[in-house]
Design a protein around this ligand. Structure first.
Ligand code: NAD
Length: 490
C-alpha cells in the first residue's frame, strides 16, 4: 500500500464570507470509499437554498473590493494557494482516492495539475491584455480592456474533483470575479481543500465561497440567484440542458462542458502494440470515468483481429482493486448507482447481440465484494447505430467497431451527437491531416490517448458536449471577463 496513512472519518464545513460553518439546518451527509463501501470517508454540511443565498450575498459584498485589487496582485493569492496545495498534495490525493476511487498515482497527478493551473493563472494576472486599434477619426484613440463579470457560479462533477474546481476557480478569480462553488456530493473533499488553500493565502473574506449539498436545492440557487452574472458547469448533459435553459431565461452566459462518446481510430499502418496500449490507457484508466475516455475503438479491417487480440491480452493483464495499492491499475466505479449504470449497459450490449471479449460483469470475490468493481469489458463487432456505440456509459466498457477503410472510420467516428475528444493511431501523415480537419471534436490527439490534457492549452468540446467557451489556457479568461471597447477623443 502507499505510504500515505489511512485517515479516520473527516469532517468538513462550508466556507461563507470567510467563515467555516455547517448547514443552517444542521443537517449533514457522508461520503463512502467506493473500494470499501462500509468505510465512511467524510461528513459535509447538507446545504440548503438558504445557505447558497448567504454564500451569494457574501460574494456580492466582496465583489467590489476584489475587482479593485490590481490583477497581478490577485495573482499573488493564487501563487500562495498553489504552494499550500503543493505542500499538501499527498494528503489531498489520498483523500481523493478514498472518496472517488481513482488510483493514488492518478490522484497525485491530478493534484499536481491543479497546482499548475493555479500557478499558470496567477501569471495571467500580469497578462490580462486588451488591444489598441487605430481609429478612422483624427485624435481618437481606441482600445479594448477586460473587466470582471461579477459574481460567478461554479458547479463541478465528481470525476476530476480537484482539477475541474481549480480550472474554474483560478481564471474566475484572476479576472476579478468573486465566486461561489458547489462540488458534486460524491466527492467534495478536494474542492474544500482548494478553498482552504485560497483561505490560507489570505484571500479577502467572501471572494471565494463554497456550499456542499444537493443539486436540486443548492444547485438550483447556483443558477437562479440574482447575484449570478455567469455560470460555469461541468457534468452530465441532462443537468447541463436544464442549467442552459435557466441561464438563457436570465440572459447570463453559461459555460457547459458535458458528456462524450470519444472514438479512437486505429489505422492498418499503425504500430499495433503501441495502439493497443494507448487504447487501454484511454479506455480503462480512471475506470473509464473521464469525460475524454475512449469508449469506441474503430479499427481498419485488415488489422482488426490482430489488434483485437493484443488489446484483449493487455486488458486482461490490468489489475483492478483499491486505488491506494500501488500495483493496482484501475479502481472501482464511484458509487453503486454508477456501477449499476455500467452493468446496465453491459446488459444492453449483450441484448443487442455483441460478443463480450473480456470482462462483462461485476467483480465480487474476496475484497472485491466490499467495493463497486466492474471488470474491464470489451464488446466485439459493435454496430455504429447501437445504444452501446451511441450513449455515454462513463465506465470501463469499450465498443470495438470494424471499418472497411479510413473514410468509413472517419464517418463512424463522427456519427454520434457528442464531440469532446478523439484519437487517431497511424504513421500516415496525409491521414493525420485529413483527420485533424474532418474529425468533429474539440480535443484532437494523434498517436496519443484521447484523454490526458495539459493546463496551458484550451479545453472543451463541440456538438452536444459543450457550449463552446473554452476552459484552461489563456483563452479561459474570455468566459470570466467582459471585453469592453473604449473610444477616446483627446
Ligand atoms: P451531474 O450532472 O450529475 O452533476 C454535476 C454537478 O451538477 C454536481 O455538482 C451536481 O450536484 C450538480 N447538479 C445536479 N443537479 C443540478 C441542478 N438541477 N442544478 C444545478 N446543479 C445541479 O454530473 P456528474 O455525475 O457529477 O459527472 C459526470 C458527468 O460529467 C459525465 O456526463 C461526464 O461526461 C461529465 N464530465 C464532463 C467533462 C467535460 O469537460 N466535458 C469533464 C468531467 C465530467
Amino acid at each position: 500500500m502507499a505510504t500515505v496513512p489511512q485517515q479516520s472519518q473527516l469532517r468538513f464545513q462550508n466556507c461563507i464570507g470567510g467563515e467555516w460553518r455547517g448547514a443552517s439546518s444542521g443537517e449533514t451527509f457522508t461520503t463512502h470509499n467506493p473500494a470499501r463501501f462500509d468505510e465512511a470517508v467524510a461528513e459535509y454540511p447538507k446545504g440548503s437554498r438558504e445557505d447558497a443565498r448567504r454564500a451569494f450575498e457574501a460574494a456580492a459584498q466582496a465583489q467590489d473590493g476584489w475587482r479593485r485589487v490590481p490583477a497581478p496582485r490577485r495573482g499573488e493569492f493564487l501563487y500562495r494557494a498553489a504552494e499550500w496545495l503543493a505542500q499538501h498534495a499527498d494528503q489531498v490525493a489520498a483523500e481523493m482516492t478514498r472518496e472517488e476511487g481513482k488510483t493514488f498515482k492518478e490522484a497525485k497527478g491530478e493534484t499536481q495539475r491543479a497546482v499548475n493551473v493555479f500557478r499558470y493563472f496567477a501569471g495571467e494576472g500580469a497578462r490580462l491584455a486588451g488591444e489598441t486599434v487605430p481609429s478612422e477619426r483624427e485624435q481618437v484613440f481606441c482600445f479594448t480592456m477586460r473587466k470582471p463579470r461579477g459574481v460567478v457560479s461554479l458547479i463541478t462533477p465528481w470525476n476530476f474533483p480537484v482539477a475541474i474546481p481549480a480550472w474554474k476557480l483560478a481564471p474566475a478569480l484572476i479576472c476579478g470575479n468573486a465566486a461561489v462553488i458547489k462540488p458534486a456530493s460524491l466527492a467534495p473533499s478536494c474542492a474544500v481543500r482548494l478553498v482552504e488553500a485560497l483561505h490560507e493565502s489570505g484571500l479577502p473574506p467572501g471572494v471565494v465561497n463554497l456550499v456542499t449539498g444537493p443539486g436540486a436545492t443548492v444547485g438550483q440557487e447556483m443558477v437562479a440567484n440574482e447575484q449570478v452574472r455567469a455560470v460555469s458547469f461541468t457534468g452530465s448533459c441532462g443537468v447541463g440542458d436544464h442549467i442552459y435553459a435557466c441561464a438563457a431565461r436570465r440572459k447570463i452566459p453559461a459555460q457547459l462542458e458535458m458528456g462524450g462518446k470519444n472514438p479512437t481510430i486505429v489505422c492498418a499502418d499503425a504500430d499495433l502494440d503501441y495502439a493497443a496500449a494507448t487504447v487501454v490507457n484511454a479506455t480503462f484508466f480512471s475506470t473509464g470515468q473521464k469525460c475524454t475516455a475512449t469508449s469506441r475503438c474503430i479499427v481498419e479491417r485488415p488489422v482488426y483481429q490482430r489488434f483485437r487480440d493484443l488489446l484483449v491480452a493487455k486488458t486482461k493483464a490490468l489489475k483492478v482493486g483499491d486505488g491506494m495499492d500501488p500495483s493496482v491499475d484501475m479502481g472501482p466505479c464511484v458509487d453503486e448507482s454508477q456501477m449499476k449504470t455500467v452493468l446496465g449497459y453491459i446488459d444492453i450490449g449483450r441484448k443487442e447481440g455483441f460478443p463480450v471479449l473480456c470482462g462483462g460483469g461485476r467483480l465480487t470475490e474476496g475484497d472485491y465484494a466490499r467495493g463497486y468493481f466492474v471488470a474491464p469489458t470489451i464488446f466485439d463487432q459493435v454496430e455504429a447505430g447501437s445504444r452501446l456505440a451511441q450513449e455515454e456509459i462513463f465506465g470501463p466498457v469499450l465498443a470495438l467497431l470494424p471499418a472497411d477503410n479510413f473514410d468509413e472510420a472517419l464517418r463512424l467516428a463522427n456519427a454520434v451527437r457528442f464531440g469532446l475528444s478523439a484519437s487517431l493511431l497511424t504513421r500516415d501523415v496525409s491521414k493525420v491531416f485529413r483527420y485533424i480537419h474532418e474529425i468533429e471534436a474539440g480535443l484532437i490527439t494523434v498517436n496519443l490517448p484521447s484523454a490526458g490534457v495539459e493546463y496551458q492549452l484550451p479545453f472543451g468540446g463541440v456538438k452536444d458536449s459543450s457550449t463552446g467557451f473554452r476552459e484552461q489556457g489563456s483563452v479561459a479568461i474570455d468566459f470570466y471577463s467582459e471585453l469592453c471597447t473604449v473610444y477616446l477623443n483627446y
